[in-house]
Design a binder for this molecule. Structure first.
Ligand SMILES: [Zn+2]
Length: 233
């Protein structure tokens, strides 16, 4: 549940989940997401009061993550500029050509392009990312799906698109939506998101059975989740 509170002139956005737990916890993630975990049945007024009392701490955490965050400068699509692919940095090498084709090879991303203007290169690279995302994500789902065999979930429909505030989501009808930008993350991090969404096709919430399942399929998911947040925050 996405919510927000006003604290002085600042607005704090947070997601609130009610879970089978004893105390209320507030987490600020490196990607600046604020997560509030409340025990089932907690009065929402109580939750809001608690968040308000913790607001200075939350804002301080956010500020700290902002300073540490390397921050992606606006991309210029020039030779030598680095772009991420599957968790690795590649240097752009722009090759004026009669055809449009992109190849990732030994740390370099060769862009053969008929039009080397910034806009054209950006569009071409975006299409390449989308194509790679389609191949990699599809293959990954097919590899991981057998681990969910006993839950008898159907082969999910995959939808890939850019999303500004989440890595993945799913629908009760069994469609999985993954963020195109994930293709820039390490494979393990992509696997984590895929497993998380597949587990949601079994449990449509963040309850203990959900996390038990996620733990079983990927015991070290936390590491990959943190890496994802660090990488693409
Ligand atoms: Zn989830």
């Amino acid at each position: 549940m996405k919510q927000q509170i006003q604290f002085g002139t600042k607005q704090i956005d947070f997601t609130l989940s009610f879970l089978d737990r004893k105390s209320l916890a507030i987490k600020v993630h490196p990607n600046l997401n604020v997560e509030v975990l409340a025990p089932l049945g907690t009065d929402s007024k109580k939750v809001l009061a608690k968040i308000k009392s913790k607001a200075p701490w939350i804002l301080k955490q956010i500020e700290q993550f902002k300073t540490y965050k390397p921050g992606t400068p606006p991309r210029r699509f020039i030779n030598g500029e680095t772009h991420l692919y599957l968790g690795r940095q590649y240097r752009l090498k722009i090759v004026p050509d009669k055809i449009n084709v992109i190849k990732a090879y030994r740390g370099q991303l060769f862009i053969h392009a008929t039009d080397t203007s910034k806009d054209a290169l950006e569009k071409q690279l975006q299409q390449w990312y989308k194509q790679k995302a389609t191949n990699v994500f599809t293959e990954m789902i097919n590899e991981i799906l057998p681990q969910f065999k006993k839950y008898k979930i159907k082969q999910p429909l995959l939808n890939i698109r850019k999303m500004s505030n989440r890595w993945g989501s799913c629908t009760p009808a069994g469609k999985i939506i993954l963020n195109t930008e994930l293709i820039k993350a390490p494979k393990g991090s992509i696997e984590y998101v895929v497993i998380h969404e597949l587990a949601h096709l079994v449990h449509h919430n963040h309850t203990k059975p959900f996390f038990d399942l996620q733990n079983r399929v990927m015991p070290d998911w936390k590491k990959w989740k943190d890496r994802l947040e660090y990488f693409l925050a």
